[in-house]
Design a protein around this ligand. Structure first.
Ligand SMILES: Cc1cc2nc3c(=O)[nH]c(=O)nc-3n(C[C@H](O)[C@H](O)[C@H](O)COP(=O)(O)OP(=O)(O)OC[C@H]3O[C@@H](n4cnc5c(N)ncnc54)[C@H](O)[C@@H]3O)c2cc1C
Length: 378
C-alpha cells in the first residue's frame, strides 16, 4: 500500500494521545449519549483541558497555534473511534476560525479562549426550514434599531445547536441587496428572545446534537456583527475548501476502519465449511473496496498538501467532498452486506457507520451542489 507522507513523528505521537482521549472519554459513553441525543458538557471540557479544541487558534487567545495537520488527526481519530457524537470539528475548525479571521479584537478576546477551553460550545446557523442549498433565500431578518439590531427568524438542522452557547447567525440586513445584504451575527444563548427547539431525531449521528433555533426579537448590539455589515456571504465563501475537505477526511478515515474490521470479520466468520473471505465474491468485493479507498486516500492526502500550501481550490475540494462521501456510502454498504445479519445490528460498527454516512452526501453543501461547483470550473 502507498505509505502516507503528510505527517511527521510529532504528529504520530500526538495521534496516540488523541486515540487515548477517544478511548477513555468518548467511546465508553456512546450508548448513553445516543439515548440523550447529545454528548456531555464534561466531554467538551475534557477535550478543552487536553488542548484538543480549536488547536490552530493562536496562543494569545488560548489555543496552540498548531498546524492543520493536528486538526486533521483529531478528525481521523474521531472517525476511527466511530464517535459521531462530538461536533468538535464544526466548533474548532469552522466556528472559531470565523471569529479569528473576521472578528474584532474585542470579539476574539471575549469568545476564543472560551471556545478553546470548551466552556462555550459554538454553532453556525445558516440553514432554515425554507432555505438550505439556496442560502440567498434566507428569511431571518436583522433590522437596525439605533445602535442595535433586532433579529427575527428560525434556523434548522443546526449542529451543536441544542448545547450551543454561541451561534453565528446568518441574517439578511438588506433583503433587496441580494448576497450583499447578508450579515453574520454573534448571538449568545442567553440573549432574550433566543430559544432552542427540539433536538432533532435523525437517521444516524444519534449522539450528535442537531437542533432548531428560534429568534424572536433578539436584540444584539452592532458590535456583535462578525466581519462587517453586508459581508456575510463573502465571509462564508472564504473557508469553503477547508470546510468541505473535512467531510472527505472523515469519509476516508471511516472507510479505512470499516474495511479493516470487515476483512477481520470475514476471516473469522464461516459458512459452508469455509471462512467467508474465501468466497470469490467476498475477495473481489474487498479487493474493489481496498482499491477505491486507496485511491481516495491518495487524493485526499494530496488535497491536504494543497491546503497546507494555501492552494486548495474550491472545485477540487468539492470533488473530494462529493466523491469521497459517495464512495463512503458505497463501501460501507458492501461491508455491511459482507457482515450478513450482524451488519444490521446496531452494536456493530458497520451498522452505525452505514447510518452515519448517509448525511455526508447532504450537509456541507449537497453532492449535487458540489457537481454544480465543479461544472462551473470546466
Ligand atoms: C445532520 C445535519 C447537520 C447539519 N448541520 C448544519 C449546521 O450546523 N448549520 C447549518 O446551517 N446547516 C446544517 N445542516 C443543513 C445542511 O447544510 C442542508 O440540509 C443542506 O445544505 C441541504 O439543504 P436542504 O436540506 O434545504 O435541501 P434542499 O436545498 O431543499 O435540497 C433538496 C434537494 O434538491 C437538490 N438541489 C438543490 N439545489 C439544487 C441545484 N441547484 N441543482 C441540483 N440539485 C439541487 C439538493 O441537492 C437535494 O437533493 C445540517 C444538516 C444535517 C442533516
Amino acid at each position: 500500500m502507498i505509505a502516507r507522507s503528510v505527517f511527521d513523528e510529532e504528529h504520530n505521537i500526538f495521534r496516540e494521545s488523541v486515540r487515548r482521549f477517544y478511548e477513555e472519554h468518548i467511546t465508553p459513553h456512546r450508548s448513553e449519549w445516543e439515548k440523550d441525543g447529545h454528548i456531555s458538557r464534561e466531554a467538551w471540557l475534557e477535550a478543552g483541558r487536553q488542548g484538543l479544541l480549536c488547536m490552530p487558534i493562536p496562543e494569545e487567545y488560548g489555543g496552540l497555534g498548531a498546524d492543520k495537520l493536528y486538526s486533521i488527526i483529531m478528525m481521523e481519530e474521531q472517525a476511527r473511534a466511530g464517535a459521531s457524537g462530538p461536533g468538535f470539528s464544526l466548533h474548532s475548525e469552522i466556528v472559531a476560525p470565523y471569529i479569528l479571521n473576521y472578528g474584532t479584537e474585542e470579539q476574539k478576546k471575549k469568545f476564543l479562549p472560551k471556545l478553546v477551553s470548551g466552556e462555550m460550545i459554538g454553532a453556525i446557523a445558516m440553514t432554515e426550514p425554507g432555505a438550505g442549498s439556496d442560502l440567498q433565500g434566507v428569511k431571518t431578518r436583522a433590522v437596525k434599531d439605533g445602535d442595535d439590531y433586532i433579529i427575527n427568524g428560525s434556523k434548522t438542522f443546526i449542529t451543536n445547536g441544542f448545547m450551543s452557547d454561541l451561534v453565528i447567525v446568518v441574517a439578511k440586513t438588506d433583503p433587496e441587496a441580494g448576497a450583499k445584504g447578508t450579515t453574520l451575527f454573534l448571538v449568545e444563548a442567553d440573549q432574550n428572545g433566543f430559544s432552542k427547539g427540539r433536538n432533532l431525531e435523525k437517521l444516524g449521528l444519534k449522539s450528535q446534537d442537531t437542533a432548531e433555533l428560534f429568534f424572536d426579537d433578539v436584540r444584539v448590539p452592532a458590535s456583535n456583527i462578525l466581519g462587517g455589515e453586508g459581508q456575510g456571504f463573502i465571509c462564508l465563501m472564504q473557508e469553503l475548501a477547508w470546510e468541505r475537505l473535512q467531510i472527505a477526511i472523515a469519509a476516508v478515515a471511516t472507510m479505512e476502519i470499516v474495511l479493516e474490521e470487515t476483512i477481520e470479520y470475514t476471516k473469522e466468520r464461516s459458512a459452508f465449511g469455509r471462512n467467508v473471505i474465501q468466497f470469490q465474491n467476498t475477495k473481489f468485493k474487498l479487493a474493489e473496496a481496498k482499491t477505491e479507498v486507496q485511491i481516495a486516500r491518495v487524493f485526499v492526502d494530496k488535497c491536504i498538501e494543497e491546503l497546507l500550501k494555501g492552494e486548495l481550490d474550491v472545485p477540487t475540494a468539492a470533488m473530494a467532498k462529493y466523491w469521497c462521501s459517495d464512495l463512503e456510502n458505497k463501501v460501507i454498504d458492501e461491508c455491511l452486506q459482507l457482515h450478513g445479519g450482524y451488519g444490521y445490528m446496531w452494536e456493530y460498527r458497520v451498522a452505525r457507520a452505514y447510518a452515519d454516512a448517509r448525511v455526508q452526501r447532504i450537509y456541507g453543501g449537497t453532492n449535487e451542489i458540489m457537481k454544480e461547483i465543479i461544472s462551473r470550473s470546466l
